[in-house]
Design a protein around this ligand. Structure first.
Ligand SMILES: [Zn+2]
Length: 259
């Protein structure tokens, strides 16, 4: 019996029975890496965490890694959010942790990639699979994947839940920390200091009022001022203030006005 089932539902079921809550990806990484090797893939395990638990990215290609840069990469992630919800199979559905995100996608991508290289051997060298760890917590796996030898696809097909519709783009994320310095002093003496909070509020007001880029096809740039801190006392000019802002971008060059 092959390590990985060649039926998409059976393979989803097989992957869902392995607990791979973020932090515990070692076992599923082993199974998928060995299974892909058995199917003829060149498998490169890329170490991501130093915790000794085998939480590695898996990058699989049809030619030795680094010999060629595949143009098309199928990507998803091994880890799930907690807790493990045991799998249940009915006549026409699977229920349990990972079916929707992202074991179903892993199974579909593995089977699609195998079918593609079987039916179009001329394209085989341009097809790769990239499965990462830590996606649900710190994105360490996907960030690290940029260092892989022979990685730089023109096309990336990402397996993620999108409510059963095809999504042509994923917004980029930009996290910004705005830090402002003031000068401490008693607030009864306006000339004695400078409030970092007053300056920060002006900057945040600019962010709120600015016309951020919009795109007819890809939607709007959106943002969230998710945290604010600063100040030392009600009667003192704030010496320091900071805010955390996260943007969801439709285009970085557009955002930075350098297109
Ligand atoms: Zn996901």
């Amino acid at each position: 019996m092959p390590i990985l089932s060649t039926d998409v539902v059976d393979l989803t079921q097989q992957l869902c029975t392995i607990d791979s809550v973020s932090g515990k990806e070692g076992e599923i990484v082993d199974v998928v890496a060995k299974g892909l090797e058995e199917q003829g893939w060149h498998v490169h395990r890329q170490k991501v965490y130093d915790d000794g638990k085998g939480r590695d990215n898996v990058y699989a290609t049809r030619v030795p890694i680094g010999d060629h840069v595949p143009r098309l990469v199928f990507n998803s992630h091994f880890d799930t959010v907690p807790p493990l919800i045991p799998l249940k199979r009915t006549d026409d559905a699977l229920f349990g942790r990972g079916v929707n995100e992202a074991k179903g996608q892993l199974a579909a991508l593995i089977i699609a990639a195998n079918r593609l290289v079987d039916e179009r051997p001329d394209l085989a060298k341009d097809v790769a699979l990239l499965f990462v760890v830590g996606e649900e917590i710190d994105h360490a796996g996907m960030i690290k994947a940029n260092d892989l030898p022979g990685y730089g696809p023109e096309f990336l097909i990402v397996g993620e839940p999108t409510e059963m519709t095809y999504a042509s783009i994923q917004k980029g994320a930009l996290k910004v920390k705005v830090s402002v310095a003031g000068k401490a002093g008693h607030s009864g003496y306006p000339h004695a200091g400078v409030s970092a909070i007053h300056k920060l509020v002006e900057i945040l007001d600019d962010i709120m009022k600015y016309e951020w880029p919009k795109d007819a096809h890809h939607g709007d740039t959106t943002f969230n001022i998710g945290s604010i801190s600063g100040g030392q006392a009600l009667n003192a000019w704030a010496e320091k203030a900071a805010a955390g802002v996260s943007f969801l971008l439709i285009s970085l060059c557009n955002f930075l006005n350098i297109c």
